[in-house]
Design a protein around this ligand. Structure first.
Ligand SMILES: [Cu+2]
Length: 308
């Protein structure tokens, strides 16, 4: 009797200690302590590591922490399985003691998964809310207008559809539109479509948002933290030339951005303004695709039929 209870107590204590250790480890890791370096040592557990916004980094951290939590639980469970296999393997034909149930154990393995799910849910909700968060005073407001099959980017002087466009960039079949934005500022995107549903997607934002026609303005905010050129695409199959809906996000320093805007307001084209700030005038991450509309008779008759 005495031996039995003293054997049960250390086992329960070990389990609770393991659980507590896992929870503390998860909290420690979620606090952002070198999640990046830990993740990169394991190939980022399959998550894209090239995010260029504060929001993308938070999503990255959530993923790495969730995988670590899953591994902690997994190793614990695998350990228990192998321990049971070895400790209670068949040694003779004698039937082992038949126990019907163990109440503390039942409670433990009901409460523990609920706790694990609750912790994962809590951090997911926190990060999701953060990614979706809109500020009252964004630094830049860009109206994204999608249409078959190009993009228009309007830099606005305020929020909502009643604000005015200050500078506008529109793409064509020959020129990829450049969306020039400053690093480190809160950028508010207000999306609208002229025809069907499109989707605004820059892979490095680790994020895409559908663009709806009608009165719906799909709004989100991003703070970019890395300069460079990044390809953008439409991620919603929107028609024949869906694949041609490309753009390039150009992230520059706030000083360069101000110079770019001044040049554009002074009447310079996107290409002239880009040269003025020392950036390549045309997209560097992609190039216009050849529509080959004249290349063969099928395309030609198809183009005639669709009125293009
Ligand atoms: Cu589209």
């Amino acid at each position: 009797m005495g031996a039995k209870s003293s054997a049960a107590r250390p086992r329960a204590a070990v389990r609770i200690a393991g659980l507590g250790l896992g929870a503390v480890g998860l909290l420690f890791l979620l606090s952002g302590c070198s999640l990046q370096s830990f993740g990169s040592a394991f190939g980022n557990f399959g998550w894209p590591s090239n995010g260029i916004s504060l929001q993308a980094h938070r999503m990255y951290d959530l993923w790495i922490a969730a995988v670590i939590a899953a591994l902690v639980v997994g190793i614990f469970v695998w350990g228990l399985i192998f321990w049971c296999i070895i400790r209670y393997r068949k040694r003779s034909d004698e039937l082992p003691v038949q126990t019907r149930f163990n109440m503390p154990m039942e409670v433990l393995y009901t409460v523990t998964p609920i706790l694990v799910v609750a912790v994962l849910f809590y951090y997911t909700a926190i990060v999701q809310t953060d990614v979706d968060k809109l500020s009252k005073n964004p630094d830049q407001i860009v109206q994204v207008t999608a249409f078959k099959w190009q993009w228009e980017f309007d830099y606005r002087d305020g929020m909502g559809k009643d604000a005015n466009t200050v500078v506008s960039t529109i793409g064509s079949a020959d020129v990829i539109p450049l969306l020039v934005l400053p690093v480190g500022e809160k950028i508010r995107f207000e999306e609208t479509s002229k025809d069907v549903i499109h989707s605004f997607w820059v892979p490095q934002l680790l994020f895409k948002r559908d663009v709806f026609p009608g009165s719906v303005r799909n709004v989100f905010e991003v703070t970019l933290d890395k300069t460079g050129h990044y390809v953008g695409r439409c991620a919603e199959l929107c028609g024949t030339y869906h694949a041609f809906m490309q753009f390039e996000l150009v992230v520059v320093s706030p000083e360069k951005f101000d110079q770019y805007m001044t040049a554009r307001k002074g009447g310079a084209s996107t290409q002239q303004a880009m040269v003025a700030i020392g950036e390549p005038p045309y997209a560097t991450t992609t190039e216009p695709l050849n529509t080959r509309r004249q290349a063969n008779s099928w395309n030609q008759s198809n183009a005639v039929a669709s009125g293009k």
